[in-house]
Write a protein that binds this ligand. Structure first.
Ligand code: PMV
Length: 322
């Protein structure tokens, strides 16, 4: 069969997803809103092959276990009505040791490459639903620019959609606080937060409202509101994590140092807003013209540890080989 190569870009949630109502189907408790990034992406080639006795998977040229991707490929095989095993080769173009989550770009690229290689021609909504089954954040990486993941009620209604491109020159800086592996996976910590954090129900109510407020703020090109909602959603997510049992935080002293710089920038009149995910790195949402000033402010503490990027494109097929 045809080998298909797809490219998908990673995304950063402005309004976070944290917690699964249905862990098997990956149905979230709240909507989330994200920005797909131009400079960080995954290329994945999938070919379903007659002679294989099991799926094969390599990442950056290294053979990997298939415990996570075989169940995902089974979904594709079921949809396509085929029973061949697949050869999967992925390359992550996330700068080495960036400490950025790559599961979003990984499962979005895999969903597109595997479905096409299996002979399916899914539309973006169906691809978004499929990518969701691999990793929640991948639901949004099917689209370029801004996307909203509607939490939905079941498999059919939980998918992402693109949001209109605002008239804002959005830019993001990634401050590499720590490039090491995550101390605890988002999957495990999410489950524990839902089960044990007394603040979790409040977070759900508030974050769900924030997603709607974000859609409005973007439609109004109101960057101050977009930035404020972004920082709030992240802080509230980390607060509910901190309150779980056992208590936990991804933050390090350097995370706080970077956040303090962002707050000082704002006090100086520069629109910059911090957001952190399942790790200690700090992403700064800003406008393109502000980037040099922000780089300058980070220079003393984070020289050589800041990456700059802009909104990126939708997942696409970049190669087909017969
Ligand atoms: O889909 P996962 O397991 O990579 O979880 C993503 C969780 C956050 O990055 C913290 C938030 C988000 O919405 O992307």
């Amino acid at each position: 069969m045809t080998a298909i190569t797809a490219r998908a870009h990673t995304n950063i949630a402005l309004i976070k997803y944290w917690g699964k109502k249905d862990p098997k189907l990956i149905l979230p408790y709240t909507d989330s809103v994200s920005l797909t990034l131009n400079d960080f992406y995954t290329d994945t080639t999938v070919e379903f092959v007659d002679e294989l006795a099991a799926d094969q998977f390599s990442l950056d040229g290294q053979a990997q276990v298939t415990t996570k991707i075989t169940p995902f490929l089974n979904l594709v095989r079921d949809l396509a009505g085929i029973n061949l095993f697949a050869r999967v080769e992925s390359t992550n173009h996330v700068p080495t040791a960036a400490g950025l989550a790559s599961s979003a770009s990984a499962y979005a690229a895999l969903a597109l490459a595997a479905s096409r290689a299996a002979g399916l021609n899914l539309d973006q909504q169906a691809l978004s639903r499929l990518a969701r089954r691999g990793s929640g954040s991948a639901t949004r990486s099917i689209y370029g620019g801004l996307a909203i993941w509607h939490r939905g009620e079941d498999d059919a209604t939980s998918f992402a959609e693109p949001l209109p491109t605002p008239d804002l020159d959005l830019a993001m800086l990634v401050v590499l606080v720590d490039a090491g592996p995550k101390p605890i996976s988002s999957r495990n910590l999410m489950a524990n937060t839902v089960e044990t954090s007394p603040y979790y129900p409040a977070w759900v109510t508030h974050n769900q409202q924030a997603a709607q407020q974000m859609v409005t703020a973007l439609a109004q090109n109101d960057f101050a509101a977009v930035g404020h909602l972004t920082e709030q959603s992240s802080m509230q997510m980390h607060a509910t994590i901190l309150a779980s049992d056992p208590a936990f935080t991804y933050w390090t002293p350097e995370t706080l140092k970077a956040w303090a710089i962002v707050k000082q920038l704002r006090a100086d009149g520069i629109p910059a807003y911090a957001t952190m995910d399942a790790g200690p790195n700090v992403k700064i949402l800003t406008l393109g013209e502000q980037v040099p000033k922000i780089l300058n402010a980070l220079q003393a503490d984070f020289a050589g540890r800041v990456l700059t990027t802009t909104p990126g494109p939708a997942a696409k097929v970049i190669g087909a080989q017969h």
